[in-house]
Ligand binder design. Structure first.
Ligand code: SF4
Ligand code: ZN
Ligand code: ZN
Length: 312
């Protein structure tokens, strides 16, 4: 049997190739909780009196993060937090995710707020997809609509709940993929804007923080498995992020051959970001003429998309 490098007693269940450690179940879970704690403190993500909302989709990352934060925050009785879920309206997919999100919140005694595309925008994603199909190709995928509308829905939900921060569950893989995607898309300046703690650039925008950004995806899954956390395993029927999948495959191959690649890419971007931020033009936001939400132009992207569909 391989013995745990940290406690020197228990049988190791995981070999962490980038550090050379073999870890038992208990020590592995503790290292993940410690890493989330350190990430929160390094980036000053959450204060001792902050009131925050965790965006919980029901998938592995968000549900696992909710469990870890519930454990960490037990030591901070002044902190109040809740969970928030956006129901995009995706038949045979979101219903199960919502049930799992609600069940995990009940188990942890966390208040759960739910909003939906239907309630906020008048249409479910399924209905929008049907409209795009009927009207013919317009270059936008279901994910393009979903991403823009969900970002807006999460912000409205968090602001209405009166929280100081919105916590999202982007893991290390998500973050490095996004950084490389920005480069591949020819928009490297976005690296300046997409970071572990997003800048507050308008009073109507709730600050977003990402405490899982230093935890690799496979370690999130292992934590959930070892802790018996229930999450949704099936993929969204509209998932078709071809370019992101290619970048994921490339990074996974690199990580497999050269352990630690994900961290190296993440840290390189962290080093580049201050220079990009100094160079980036300041973004000035105004209120959208149609919905009043913050936007760079006169009309926000969500209203634009809905208008194009003639569903406003
Ligand atoms: Fe939305 Fe696309 Fe994610 Fe499905 S895969 S939930 S459509 S962003
Ligand atoms: Zn151990
Ligand atoms: Zn708008």
């Amino acid at each position: 049997m391989t013995v745990c490098t940290l406690c020197g007693r228990n049988e190791a269940v995981f070999g962490r190739s980038y550090s050379g450690e073999n870890l038992c179940r208990r020590c592995f879970c503790k290292t993940i909780e410690d890493r989330v704690r350190k990430t929160i403190s390094k980036y000053e993500m959450l204060g001792r009196k902050d009131n925050f909302m965790v965006a919980v989709s029901g998938g592995k990352d968000s549900v696992t993060l909710l469990h870890i934060l519930a454990k960490i925050e037990k030591s901070f009785p002044d902190v109040v937090f809740c969970a928030g879920t956006v129901d995009e309206g995706i038949r045979d997919y979101r219903d199960e995710a919502l049930r799992l999100a609600a069940r995990n919140c009940r188990k942890l005694g966390v208040d759960h707020v739910v909003t939906s595309f239907k309630e906020l925008f008048g249409y479910e994603l399924d209905e929008i997809v049907e409209l795009i199909r009927r009207r013919g190709e317009n270059g936008l995928t279901p994910c393009s609509y979903c991403g823009v509308l969900r970002r807006k829905a999460l912000n409205i939900m968090a602001r209405d709940a009166g929280v100081d921060k919105l916590v999202t569950a982007h893991n290390l893989d998500d973050e490095t993929q996004t950084m490389l995607l920005n480069v591949v898309h020819g928009d490297p300046m976005r690296i300046a804007r997409s970071k572990p703690v997003l800048n507050v650039i308008h009073p109507k925008l709730v600050q977003r923080v990402k405490p899982l950004c230093m935890v690799p995806e496979k370690e999130v899954v292992l934590y959930a498995y070892l802790k018996g956390i229930e999450f949704q395993c099936i993929d969204c029927p509209y998932a078709q992020t071809a370019l992101r999948n290619d970048i994921r495959d490339m990074l996974n191959r690199m990580e497999h051959k050269h352990a630690g690649t994900l961290f190296t890419v993440f840290r390189s971007m962290e080093k580049i970001r201050p220079a990009l931020e100094a160079f980036a033009e300041e973004v000035k936001l105004h209120d959208c003429k149609l919905c009043g939400e913050p936007t760079v132009g006169d009309v926000c992207r969500a209203c634009e998309m809905l208008q194009e569909l003639k569903v406003l």
